[in-house]
Design a protein around this ligand. Sequence first.
Ligand code: GDP
Ligand code: MG
Length: 163
Amino acid sequence: PVPQVAIVGRPNVGKSSLFNWLARRRLAIVDNFEGVTRDRMTTLIESEDCYFELTDTGGMGVEDADDLTADVRRQIELAINSADVILLVVDVQTGLMPLDEMVAERLRGVEKPVILVANKADQPHQEIHAEEFHALGRGRLISVSTTQNRNRDELLELIRDRL
Ligand code: GDP
Ligand code: MG
C-alpha cells in the first residue's frame, strides 16, 4: 500500500495551495473564503523514486461557515485514522491563532510523525516569525511559500524521511 500523507490546519492557511504546489497541478480549489464545501482531494505524488498519496482534508462537508471547528475536527479524525505522516499547516503572516492551538492540541496524543509547515514565508525575513510556532510543541518546523515557490524540495525530503 502507498503511504498516506494528510494536510491539516485551520481555514485559509494555504492547505489547498500546498496540495496543488506539491502535486504541481491545480487540483484543489484555492479560495479566499473560509469554510466552502469541497470534496476530499487525493493525489499520488512521486519524489525521488518514493511514492505517497497526499490528501487535502480541509473544507470537507462544511455547510456552516461559522462551524469551522467542526471542519478542523473532521480533518484530524481523518488524519488520525488514515495518515502515516501529518502536515500541520500554519500561516507565518497571521502568526499563531487559537485554532492552530486547537489543532495541535488534538494531535497531542497521536503517535504519528507531524511536520509543521509554516506557509506564506514569501520572503526569507518572514521565516523568523515561524519560530513562534515551536510553541505548538509538535513536529519538525519548515518554512515554505507556495506562491513564491520556497522550500518545496526541502519539504519533500522531510516527508520522504518519515514515510
Ligand atoms: P486553505 O483554506 O487552507 O485550503 O487555504 P487556500 O489554499 O485556499 O489559500 C488561502 C489563501 O492563502 C489564498 O488566497 C491563497 O492564494 C493564499 N496563499 C496560499 N499560499 C500562500 C503563500 O505561500 N503566500 C501568500 N502570500 N499567500 C498564500
Ligand atoms: Mg482548502
